[in-house]
Design a protein around this ligand. Structure first.
Ligand code: AMP
Length: 514
């Protein structure tokens, strides 16, 4: 596959329109080039979530102040293209400044108060430039989903506000920060750092790590955590701390007490080089994706009463109805439905061959680690699953089984009501119908068991036996059922411990699966 290099607005518009006409969904990854692993993580997500991926490379002059590094900003278009082609990027949009801001250009977007604090205070006009160029890129490419990095957390807040306030028909997906092995957040500006600077720059991520440790040890007082961050910076006089704050993710207002989803923001200067980093607090050991989910779904407290609004269940339900939204709203805690559908189409051209369907959530939060993505390097979930089913490799697994995620879906968690869950179940119903010759279904883990019993078999809570009791005797259990909507024939259902989540293991089912 070749990657189209596009430099004019008209060609970009035509390319995107053609792609949409062919029924393909379009992803946009806006960047300023000098690409690195942080950018690639967005591109990989874009490829998973959409049929076509466009990466824009544009060093946007309007987001740089007059004394900033616009002319000096690293540019490496040839190298960027070399990186993007193997990632399967369909088009790179690399317009000139004149193409985006032709003579007479005069209209700018004003993102309001949120753009005047932190980065906005240090770089007046920065977010006005960002909002304007992103709005223009959205209008030119008209993507279904646009991908941004948590690295620029305030930018994410500004863009999400822009999309909401101006009713833009695009979903925003945010990906976690990609770091160097020693913790430094990857950034195009790291290229400016001398060896000595590079060492000093580590204090940003170190101070955040220390903040995380304090929170994990039970410290909730934001002030005390901030004092510790200041102390870390004081040890390195070459590094000028610009700001350190712990804020609510919804409003960027400082908080007194840290809670899951709160964000610590830091910015510092090394001479003329400005570096930023951030940390989302979350439950002990929680994944970056879960933390992002906590931050992005947080709501602003009521200005007068200070109370948190009740969860907007209706809105959440609407989002879950649209699987793309699910991927954006949730922590991508399972293969998004589109991803799964794509996978099934690609790997199971003849779905009628599948006799055994496995239902259970693949444990890693990051879809790139699902077992289909790296068959050659099976993760813990995959190896234990193969063990349970009595197969040796992904190839063998694929020849006999298909895996779909648990009915619990994105809808797990206290904020999600039954109606939302019912939507996920509908998807599962549809998926089951894709496999007309099923003989057996293997259910992995308690979550999937409960949801299967309740929503697929239609059993009331009172008649569902506790999972642990059911599995106590053999380490697994089976029953034979008929699903009226599926066909008048018996289906064998096997219930087992989840291969990666639960501590107990079920013995191999191989002798029973034929
Ligand atoms: P930039 O080229 O710096 O404008 O960045 C383009 C996009 O990549 C933005 O959405 C950034 O937040 C994102 N990005 C930059 N660095 C990283 C990183 N280390 N990890 C994840 N995303 C990043």
């Amino acid at each position: 596959m070749t990657t189209r290099w596009i430099i004019t607005v008209s060609e970009m518009k035509a390319f995107a329109a053609e792609t949409r006409l062919r029924g393909k969904s379009v992803a946009l990854v806006p960047t300023m080039g000098a690409l690195h692993e942080g950018h690639f993580s967005l591109v990989r997500q874009a490829k998973i979530q959409c049929n076509a991926a466009v990466v824009s490379i544009f060093v946007n002059p309007t987001q740089f102040g007059s004394t900033e590094d616009f002319t000096r900003y690293p540019r490496s278009p040839e190298k960027d293209l070399e990186f993007l082609t193997p990632l399967g990027v369909d088009a790179v949009f690399a317009p000139s400044s004149r193409e985006i801001y032709p003579a007479g250009f005069a209209t700018f977007l004003d993102p309001g108060h949120i753009a005047t604090v932190f980065e906005g205070a240090a770089r007046p006009g920065h977010f006005r430039g960002v909002a304007t160029v992103v709005f223009k890129l959205f209008n030119i490419v008209r993507p279904d989903i646009a991908f941004f990095g948590q690295k620029d957390f305030q930018q994410v807040v500004v863009i999400r506000r822009l999309v909401e306030d101006l009713n833009l028909p695009v979903r925003i997906m945010v990906c976690p920060i990609v770091r160097e092995a020693d913790g430094l957040a990857k950034s195009s500006r790291n290229a400016y750092l001398s060896a000595q600077d590079r060492k000093a720059a580590l204090l940003l991520s170190r101070s955040l790590k220390r903040a995380e440790e304090m929170a994990e040890a039970g410290e909730v007082d934001a002030q005390r955590i901030l004092e510790e961050i200041h102390k870390t910076f004081a040890a390195e006089p070459r590094l000028q701390l610009d700001y350190a704050a712990i804020v609510s993710p919804a409003t960027l207002e400082p908080v007194a007490a840290v809670s899951p989803g709160s964000v610590a923001l830091v910015a510092a200067r090394l001479g003329t080089i400005r570096l930023i980093d951030n940390l989302i607090f979350g439950p002990l050991g929680s994944s970056p994706e879960l933390r992002l989910q906590l931050a992005l779904t947080a709501q602003a407290p009521d200005k007068e009463s200070g109370a948190l609004p009740r969860p907007d269940i209706e809105r959440l339900r609407l989002r879950i109805e649209n699987c793309r939204d699910c991927a954006a709203v949730s922590s991508v805690s399972l293969p998004a439905r589109e991803f799964l559908a794509k996978y099934l189409q690609r790997h199971y051209p003849d779905l009628e061959c599948v006799r055994v369907l496995v239902i259970g959530r693949c444990a890693p939060m990051n879809p790139s680690q699902f077992l289909y993505c790296h068959p050659e390097a099976p993760n813990q979930f995959a190896t234990r699953l193969y063990d349970l089913l009595g197969v040796k490799s992904f190839a063998e697994f694929k020849a006999r089984f298909a895996l779909t995620d648990g009915a619990r879906c994105h809808a797990a968690g206290p904020l999600v009501d039954e109606r939302a869950l019912a939507h996920c179940i509908q998807y599962l119903h549809e998926e089951l119908k894709l496999f007309p010759s099923l003989q057996s279904i293997v259910i992995l883990g308690e979550d999937a068991y409960l949801q299967f019993q309740k929503h697929i078999l239609g059993r009331g809570r009172a008649s569902i036996r506790p999972f642990a009791e059911l599995l106590k005797l053999e380490g697994w259990a089976q029953e034979t059922v008929r699903l009226p909507w599926y066909g008048e024939r018996d289906l064998r259902i096997f219930y087992c411990y989840h291969p990666a989540v639960e501590t107990k293991k079920s013995p191999s089912l191989a002798p029973h699966l034929g």
